[in-house]
Design a protein around this ligand. Sequence first.
Ligand SMILES: [Zn+2]
Ligand SMILES: [Zn+2]
Length: 344
Amino acid sequence: MLANVLVRPGEIELREIDTPSASAGEVVVRVRAALTCGTDLKTFLRGHPKFPLPMLFGHEFSGEIAQAGKGVKNFREGDAVMSVPSGPCGECYYCKRGQENICESAMANYALGAYAEYIKVPAQVVSQNMFAKPDSLSYKEAALLEPLACVLHGLSMITFHPEDTVVIIGAGAIGLLHMLALQVYGLHKIIVIGRKPYKLRLARELGAYIVIDATLGTTRAEVLEVTKGRGADVVIECTGQPSVWEASVNLVRRGGEVIFFGGCKQGTSVSFDTHRLHYDQITIRSPFHLTRSSVRQAYELLTERKLNGNPLITGTYPLDRLNEVFALLQQGNCIKYAVTPSGQ
Ligand SMILES: [Zn+2]
Ligand SMILES: [Zn+2]
């Protein structure tokens, strides 16, 4: 089969490799759509602490079961499926305490290699986090299951009310998925902060209350103006830049909550004003990854057509143009691309 391999940072090769085969409990999925992700771009640029190079690349996907291993009961050859790339073991210290998002073996059982004709999905994932895809949902949209599940996991850690003002920093896929999810929950005062005109325009089209161009340097003044000088009830940081983490706690109101969703580069650190955090009682959350419950919620939002993810998919490219796709992602006038074996 043809599979894209990230050979070293900045270098992708489309290679002919052995088509995977499914052992007990596993399935092999014929990929119908894979989506680019911010994590993929970071990995493309600098490698990944958990996955050594060269590596099979891509983790957001949907497709059809090409082969089901022994003992797989829920799926048969030909079934349309959608899945996230990982699943919890249910037995480690963290899983037993309800923190399956940081399961010890989730990363060791990770489905990697979605920019390919086929991808093998580990048993732990098949049994916990793979679902039937209804015909009413396109393969491309179905591949949003993982990023949306991560977003919903983060939102499950905070409290919010329909009248709240939420600031989202970062107008990429994750920032906009936060906005779309909050809209489903009835929130409409959502301020989106970004830098790229394409993304800010889309945020506005998708119903952002206010859009702030961060390059103007007026962000804090604008947020304070809209919130009667208080600051936002909730701030969600989706850029993964230490300086933005630091700035986000100055956009939230007293007693408000901040989510650090964007993971920063290894070895970086941040500093905060202790008085601000303590005397203004700022709650900080730093959600990582997803849980079965957030995956199920994401599945419902997508399959019940409550959340329309289509506008986040800027275009579609075939497998052999992945280098081009990553060049476009670096320019930033896009949200996500679908990569499909057919290019359709
Ligand atoms: Zn992702
Ligand atoms: Zn576990």
